[in-house]
Design a protein around this ligand. Structure first.
Ligand code: ASP
Ligand code: MG
Length: 474
């Protein structure tokens, strides 16, 4: 049994949908038991969200225009893909209803002048409710038995609108009773990704990009043999191919490595997405809808032993904040106060490092939050700054984090040496660094202009040097 998830680009236009249908049909030919999860057509969720926001800010035109654009986009696709006139009429009726609902919602938001997270979940979830029936109809047009299912009827979450958490017990019960019988009859459920509902039926969403999460939840509830995330790239690469043309698809990653990579900016999967799969030990495969027989990456429990460094990723647009001063030495509570102040302005800390001399603490936040953080710290440490226990709160803008990820680094000496000698030879200055005790990632803070060089030389040191054991690549 497999659960297949298709992202926005896989259903983004008629050709893509045709390709997706053929991937599903081929898969179904050797495994009858499949369930499908789909995202909205690409660009649709953004358009819905932006229209609702504009409506709240007093602008009606954006949602009126969006309604036309969305009508066209879905019906043009339907006309190309669905041959049966009757099926097309049913779909057209459905889209008319959904978009009518959309304009009424936006009109109310406009009148109220306010958009709550709860309201936004209703609007933003409409994209999947328009794409899933289209994909199901496209499958039927190819003779593949399929029906669309609104996940609001099966996926139960808490009330954390905008980023709701799934409640697996009631969800799995509904998945079992609703989807299993269908699948046993050979009918493939095409489930809306991203959307869900509370126990009492109030619409929620799992957060942007949440369709992967939907697929993992469904796959877990169905005890799938594999969850397949069908996207528009050949799995997960060893580095960003725009920086390193030699980057190659990784054949296998552990759950932990995938989470580290996602954290450090690789467009992989959100770590929480993997949780339902991890709990049941279900492999998650990332493959390309447009090259289904090409290379893919499977994320599983056990890391391959021969991979030292698996991949390199980077996060951009960051600021390093230094809290510096000789008077900090031996004074307990400075770190606690620092991070409480940062938390109070709801800024996320991406990396922390403190020299053991305790004369500075430095940490990394998004550039966009750096002014707030600096102000919060200057307020928090007003007295210490006055007395020069703390000399200053010093931001360094235009930095990036480069993360080198791989569980095989654990207990292997010499990795850091190789890393730093490669960077040193290339003249890249490392401003700060951190290695978690899991030893499966080393993160370096470097200046933005060193990013390309750093990633290339690290990739070369670990992947293109034949004298060292290379990770298993496709
Ligand atoms: N359509 C939603 C989004 O764009 C969910 C997804 O694509 O996974 O965020
Ligand atoms: Mg998406």
């Amino acid at each position: 049994m497999l659960t297949l998830k298709f992202g926005g680009t896989s259903v983004g236009n008629p050709d893509a949908i045709t390709q997706t249908v053929s991937v599903i049909a081929t898969t179904k030919a050797y495994d009858q038991d499949i369930s499908v999860v789909t995202s909205a057509m690409s660009g649709v969720t953004d358009l819905l969200v932006n229209s609702a926001r504009a409506a709240a800010a007093g602008h009606r035109q954006p949602f009126l225009d969006a309604r036309e654009v969305l009508f066209d986009k879905h019906l043009t696709a339907a006309r190309e893909i669905i041959d049966s006139e009757e099926e097309r009429a049913i779909y057209e009726q459905h889209i008319t209803e959904q978009l009518g609902f959309f304009s009424r919602l936006c009109a109310s938001i406009n009148v109220l002048g306010e958009l709550t997270p709860r309201g936004l979940d209703v609007v933003s979830g409409l994209g999947e409710r328009m794409s899933a029936p289209l994909l199901a109809a496209a499958l039927r047009a190819r003779g593949v038995g399929a029906v669309w299912v609104d996940a609001a009827e099966i996926l139960v979450t808490d009330e954390n609108f905008g980023e709701a958490a799934p409640l697996l017990v009631p969800t799995c019960a509904r998945v079992q009773s609703r989807l299993k019988p269908m699948m046993e009859e050979g009918i493939t459920p095409v489930v809306t990704g991203f959307v869900a509902a509370t126990e009492s039926g109030i619409p929620t969403t799992l957060g942007r990009g949440g369709s992967d999460f939907s697929a993992a939840i469904l796959g877990a509830c169905l005890s799938a043999d594999e969850i397949q995330i069908c996207t528009d790239v050949n799995g997960i690469l060893s580095a960003d191919p725009r920086i390193v043309p030699q980057a190659r698809t990784l054949k296998q990653l552990s759950y932990n490595e995938a989470a580290e990579l996602a954290y450090f900016g690789a467009k992989v999967l959100h770590p929480k997405t993997l949780l339902p799969a991890i709990e049941r030990g279900i492999p998650v495969r990332i493959l390309n809808t447009f090259n289904p027989d090409g290379p893919s990456t499977v994320i599983t429990k056990d890391p391959l032993k021969n991979g030292l460094v698996k991949a390199i990723s980077a996060i951009r647009d960051l600021t390093l904040i230094n809290v510096e001063g000789r008077g900090m030495m031996g004074v307990p509570g400075i770190a606690a106060r620092t991070f409480r102040a940062v938390a109070d302005v709801k800024a996320n800390v991406l990396m922390i490092s403190q020299a053991s001399s305790e004369q500075s603490i430095c940490f990394v936040v998004r550039r966009s939050r750096s002014e707030d953080v600096q102000r919060a710290l200057e307020t928090e440490f007003e007295r210490e700054l006055e007395r020069h226990y703390i000399d200053r709160v010093r931001p360094v803008h235009d930095v990036v984090i480069v993360a080198v990820v791989g569980s095989g680094m654990r207990g292997t000496p010499g990795i850091a040496g190789r890393l730093f000698s490669a960077l040193g030879k290339a003249g890249v200055n490392v401003i700060a660094l951190a290695q978690g005790s899991s030893e499966s990632n080393i993160s370096l803070v470097i200046s933005r202009e060193d990013l390309t060089t750093a990633v290339r030389v690290i990739h070369q040191a670990f992947f293109q040097n034949r004298r060292v054991p290379t990770p298993q690549l496709v």
